[in-house]
Design a binder for this molecule. Structure first.
Ligand code: IPM
Ligand code: MG
Length: 371
């Protein structure tokens, strides 16, 4: 198959992890005889530096023309420290989500058995965790009216939701629960917020159509506690934009590193795939970032193109490499390899037929000119 992929590396470690993801895509294309064409485009602080705009029109166009978008990371401390900045890198990502109608952000959290001791949480608490967060992505407080009073002494961010906005992502989450363990948890703050009451009402109505799904309702403060105390009770977590932003960072802790978690943003137009971590500016240029989240985002991207065997090959290779302890410093500060080495190894293993363990061991005894 021939596919066009828009590649938006963005800021900080974005370009380093994206490089590894491209190696993986190239390896997949060789092995499975596909042609991937990459369309590199600017976003974030990198785009501001070059064009003054965090999301230039050409970038939106490249994404619209693509079969999928691969995204690195966004954000630069020079803007974080300046609350008066008029233009911010993050605006690029937010506008892109809105322009492509990416209303659902899907963040799966799966444990790697071999990394269970890297988690700050006790093994008996987390074992068996396999959940996915469906976060609404183009509404709520992120996109409501915002502003300051004339004297600058008060500010507001409105949170708005419509039944339609809630229904479309909730339907997606119910369908996902149907394919999984048939449990859906709505996370809201219905004891305080009117928008949350609308979420609850809409989800309750929709639940009638899915009698086989067990539906549970949790207030966000309680949910924040539960995902840490007993994450394995969850299957599909459905929530609005801001709560989803917070809960999904929190769930990433369970696995031991935020550098492991991929995401897909889907909706009306081209889907976008990105690691859930940010631009990690302290690590930029040091070749130490964990590329696994981006490589697993590639697996999700391949699935969206119905390349299921290809995605499986990526996932099983990642598992194998992690099992062998070939990881970046976030996962093992005492014994690690670089970001680009992880990318090289995964790409090589995807392409080669070194499937049995003996060949794999040989690879690391220097029989192949790799490390
Ligand atoms: C995320 C990020 C973004 C968000 C930022 C970079 C705007 O934290 O994708 O979770 O808040 O949605
Ligand atoms: Mg976030």
């Amino acid at each position: 198959m021939e596919k066009r992929i828009a590649v938006l590396a963005g800021d900080g470690i974005g370009s380093e992890v994206i490089k590894q993801a491209i190696k993986v895509l190239d390896a997949v294309s060789h092995r499975f005889k596909h042609t991937f064409t990459y369309d590199f485009a600017l976003v974030g602080a990198a785009a501001i530096d070059e064009t003054g705009d965090p999301l230039p029109e050409e970038t939106i166009e490249a994404c619209r023309l693509a079969d999928a978008v691969l995204f690195g990371a966004i954000g630069d401390p020079k803007y974080d420290d300046d609350p008066k900045a008029k233009v911010r890198p993050e605006q690029g990502l937010l506008k892109l989500r809105k322009s492509l109608g990416l209303y659902a952000n899907i963040r799966p959290v799966q444990l790697f058995e071999s990394l269970i001791d890297r988690s700050p949480l006790r093994e008996d608490r987390i074992s068996g965790t396999d959940l996915v967060v469906y976060r609404e992505l183009t509404g709520g407080i992120y996109f409501g009216n915002k502003g300051r009073s004339e004297d600058g002494k008060s500010a507001f961010d409105h949170c708005d939701y419509t039944v339609e906005e809630i229904t479309r992502i909730a339907t997606m989450a119910f369908e996902a629960a149907g394919r999984r363990r048939k449990k859906l948890t709505l996370v809201d703050k219905a004891n305080v917020l009117e928008t949350s009451r609308l979420w609850r009402e809409t989800v309750q109505k929709l639940a009638e159509k899915y009698p086989e799904i067990e539906v549970e309702y949790l207030f966000v403060d309680n949910a924040a506690m539960q995902v840490i105390q007993r994450p394995n009770q969850f299957d599909v977590i459905l929530t609005e934009n801001m709560f989803g932003d917070i809960i999904s960072d929190e769930t990433s802790v369970i696995t031991g590193s935020i550098g492991l978690l991929p995401s897909a943003s889907v909706g009306e137009q081209t889907s976008l795939f990105e690691p859930i971590h940010g631009s990690y500016p302290q690590a930029a240029g040091k070749d130490i970032a964990n590329p696994v989240a981006t490589i697993l985002s590639v697996a999700m991207l391949l699935e969206s193109l119905e390349m299921f065997d290809e995605a499986k090959r990526v996932r099983s290779t990642v598992n194998k490499v992690i099992e062998k302890g070939l990881v970046t410093p976030d996962l093992n500060p005492e014994d690690f390899i670089s970001c680009s080495k992880v990318g090289d190894i995964i790409a090589l293993l995807i392409e080669s037929d070194l499937d049995d363990d003996t060949s794999f061991e040989n690879l690391f005894e220097g029989k192949l000119p790799l490390i």
